[in-house]
Design a protein around this ligand. Structure first.
Ligand code: C5P
Length: 235
C-alpha cells in the first residue's frame, strides 16, 4: 500500500475528457505532486487503458466512488486492481458489508494493494439535501457516523472536506489516511467549492493528501502553480 507522506502531499485532480490534456498535465506536474487523480469523467470517456497510460507518470488515485451490492463492489475493486491504483474510493453509505467486501477484494492484490478510501458526505451536499435523504442531524454528525462505520468495516482512510479533518483526527487519531478536496491557495477562485481552506491550513489540521484540481489545471502555468503549493506545504 502507498506510504503515508511525511508531510501532506498533493494529488492533482485531472478532470478532463481529453487523454491528451490529462497526459500533458501529468507529465508537467509529475515533479511537484504525489499522485494523479482520475475520476468518472475521464474513465467513462476513455476507459481503463487510457487511465493506465496517465498512471505511468505518478501513482494513481482512482476516484470512481463505488456504491453497489457487496458482490458487485468486490468485482469492481478486483477489476480496478488491474490498474494498480495506489488508492480508490467507495461510498461509506454503502454500509459495512459493502466496505468489508471492498477491503477483502483489495487484499487479493497483495502487499501493494490499493488503500480503500470511504467517501463520507460529499462536499456538495447541503444540510437540506442530506435531510431530504432521510438523514437526521447535520453533515458533521453524519460524517462522524460514517467515518466510524467505514473504519470499523476495514476502510484504510476517508475522503472529507477541510473542516472535518480535525473532527475526524480527534475521534480516530493519527491512523486513518485522510484525503481532502476543497483546497484553495490564498487568492484562488473557489469555483463551486463552499467549504474551503488553504493548503497550509488543511495540512496543519492533519490531512495526509490534498486533492487539488482547478487551482492547478486552470492556472496559466500549471507546473508553477503546483510548485508554489508544494513550497507552501514544505514551509
Ligand atoms: O477543482 P477542484 O480543486 O475543486 O477539484 C476537486 C476534486 O476533488 C474534483 O475532482 C472533485 O470531483 C473531487 N471531490 C470533491 N469533493 C468530494 C470528493 C471529491 O471536490 N467530496
Amino acid at each position: 500500500m502507498i506510504e503515508r507522506p511525511n508531510r501532506a502531499g498533493i494529488i492533482a485532480a485531472l478532470d478532463t475528457q481529453s487523454p491528451e490534456q490529462a497526459e500533458a498535465w501529468a507529465e508537467a506536474l509529475a515533479p511537484h505532486i504525489g499522485c494523479v487523480k482520475l475520476g468518472l469523467e475521464f474513465f467513462v470517456a476513455n476507459g481503463p487503458q487510457a487511465v493506465a497510460r496517465i498512471a505511468r507518470h505518478r501513482p494513481l488515485f482512482l476516484d470512481l466512488k463505488f456504491h453497489d451490492i457487496p458482490n458487485t463492489v468486490a468485482g469492481a475493486v478486483r477489476s480496478a486492481c488491474a490498474l494498480r491504483p495506489a488508492m480508490l474510493t467507495i461510498h461509506a453509505s454503502g454500509g459495512a458489508p459493502m466496505i468489508e467486501a471492498a477491503r477483502r477484494a483489495a487484499e487479493e492484490a497483495g502487499a501493494d494493494r490499493p488503500a480503500i478510501l470511504a467517501v463520507t458526505v460529499l462536499t456538495s451536499t447541503s444540510p437540506a439535501t442530506l435531510s431530504e435523504t432521510g438523514v437526521a442531524g447535520g453533515p458533521a454528525q453524519q460524517v462522524l457516523r460514517l467515518a466510524r462505520l467505514a473504519l470499523d468495516a476495514g476502510a484504510d482512510g476517508l475522503v472529507c472536506a477541510p473542516p472535518e479533518v480535525a473532527l475526524i483526527r480527534a475521534a480516530h487519531g493519527a491512523s486513518p489516511l485522510l484525503v481532502v478536496p476543497g483546497v484553495r491557495p490564498a487568492g484562488s477562485a473557489r469555483g463551486d467549492q463552499t467549504r474551503v481552506a488553504t493548503p497550509a491550513e488543511t495540512a496543519a489540521a492533519g490531512a495526509d493528501w490534498l486533492v487539488i484540481g482547478r487551482p492547478i489545471t486552470t492556472a496559466a502555468d500549471p507546473a508553477s502553480a503546483a510548485a508554489a503549493i508544494a513550497a507552501e506545504l514544505a514551509a
